[in-house]
Design a protein around this ligand. Structure first.
Ligand code: PLP
Length: 390
């Protein structure tokens, strides 16, 4: 039997499911975005026309290699950096893993500072690093923001790596990455030692005016499926030098990430990157405002700060357990994500982020709405009304 959820999984445009009784409106775009027609076309064309392995020495292989390098240049241009600093991976989780696991090679473990609001792709390394003798300290993020002065006070001569994400995936708070790197570089000069500054920029790309130029980070991660590109493809940016990696193979991607390149997905990712400027932030802001205004004076509290956030992500606290609120909204045809995240494999993680930001009493009833250009004002109106009725 085809269930409601199976239909949702099968249909590429969740908001236009004609076969379903209730029209389903997808508001979970921070989890994943629908792939764009242009990316899908690039993917299909590449898979059909560039079937040769980019490492092959014959002409067809060289064509694939040229497309790979052309995709790299286009991605680098969109991010404001040089092509040589871009490495393709299977997603942001792998990009982050390459950086974090490189620490495991160190003969003498030092100290790592990780913000309190990192995605589990980063925070999962905390117990692993501790087990290997690293000292790991948490940088506080009251209200969802990491304060450069607070970081400055925490940096020591033993600090080897600092990880602060650019935009938080739960609250949408935008971090002052340039300000944080200034502090780090100042301390580096004082200590006479390099500190690797890593920023998980997954939710910044496509949701803010983002460029790596001027941020002065040593490493950054990005994901294809958060910007209307394909799943299973991501980017690792490395400013300079080489990392010691755990995984080895055919030497692809400069030895940083071995394995035959996923050329169709990489080419489609380049298409997604070249379309980043097509955003209509005004439309997203309108939907965000509409939900905020509709909920004003109700028992629903808006948790995402009004300023310093991307309008694409909006966290709310309902008076119900978030799983119940989520189910009720789903029954009305609205897909959002649960703050307490008990139903997925990130169990309790979002809830811990709300707590880290000082929203303890709201954490268990929190839900996250995330918009994309595919949502309409009418859908946002319906969603706001449905939430108010909770
Ligand atoms: N970092 C952040 C902030 C995310 O939101 C996500 C995805 O949810 C990831 C990393 C992991 O990305 P990927 O699915 O490409 O591994």
């Amino acid at each position: 039997m085809i269930t409601h959820m199976t239909l949702l999984c099968l249909c590429p445009r969740l908001d236009r499911i004609g076969a379903m009784q209730t029209k389903t409106c997808y508001f979970d775009n921070a989890a994943t975005t629908p792939i764009s027609r242009a990316c899908l076309k690039t993917y299909e064309d590449t898979a059909l026309e560039y079937m040769a392995n980019p490492s092959a020495s014959y002409e067809a292989g060289r064509d694939s290699h040229r497309l790979l390098e052309d995709s790299r240049s286009r991605v680098a241009k969109a991010l404001g950096v040089k092509g040589g600093s871009i490495f393709f991976t299977s997603g942001a989780t792998e990009s982050i893993g390459i950086v974090m696991s490189s620490l495991l090679w160190a003969k003498t473990p030092g100290e790592v500072l990780i913000s309190a609001i990192e995605h589990e792709a980063v925070s999962a390394y905390v117990p692993i690093l501790k087990e290997k003798g690293w000292s790991v300290r948490t940088i506080p993020a009251r209200g969802g923001f990491v304060d450069p002065e607070t970081l400055e006070g925490m940096l020591t001569k033993s600090t080897r790596l600092v990880a602060v994400m650019a935009v938080n995936n739960v609250l949408g708070t935008i971090q002052d990455i340039a300000g944080l790197s200034q502090v780090i570089r100042r301390k580096e000069a004082e200590f006479g030692r390099r500190i690797f500054f890593f920023s998980d920029c997954v939710q910044a790309l496509g949701k803010t005016d983002f460029t790596l130029a001027g941020l002065d980070v040593d490493g950054a991660s990005f994901s294809g499926h958060k910007i209307h590109g394909p799943r299973g493809v991501g980017i690792l940016y490395l400013a300079s030098g080489r990392l010691q990696v755990l995984s080895h193979g055919g030497g692809q991607e400069g030895g940083i990430r071995g394995g035959t390149e996923n050329l169709p997905a990489i080419a489609a990712l380049a298409t997604a990157c070249s379309q980043l400027d097509d955003r209509d932030d005004g439309h997203i802001l309108k939907m965000n405002r509409l939900v905020r205004d509709t909920l004003a004076g109700s028992r629903i509290k808006v948790l995402s700060p009004e300023t310093g956030t991307t309008p694409y992500i909006l966290s709310l606290a309902t008076p119900l357990p978030s799983e119940v609120a989520l189910r009720m909204l789903q029954d009305k045809g609205y897909l959002v994500s649960s703050g307490s995240a008990c139903s997925n494999n990130a169990r309790g993680k979002a809830e811990s982020i709300y707590r880290a930001c000082g929203f303890d009493r709201y954490a268990s009833g929190a839900i996250r709405i995330s918009f994309s250009r595919d949502n309409t004002i009418e859908e946002a109106e319906g969603l706001a009304k449905a939430i108010r009725e909770l």
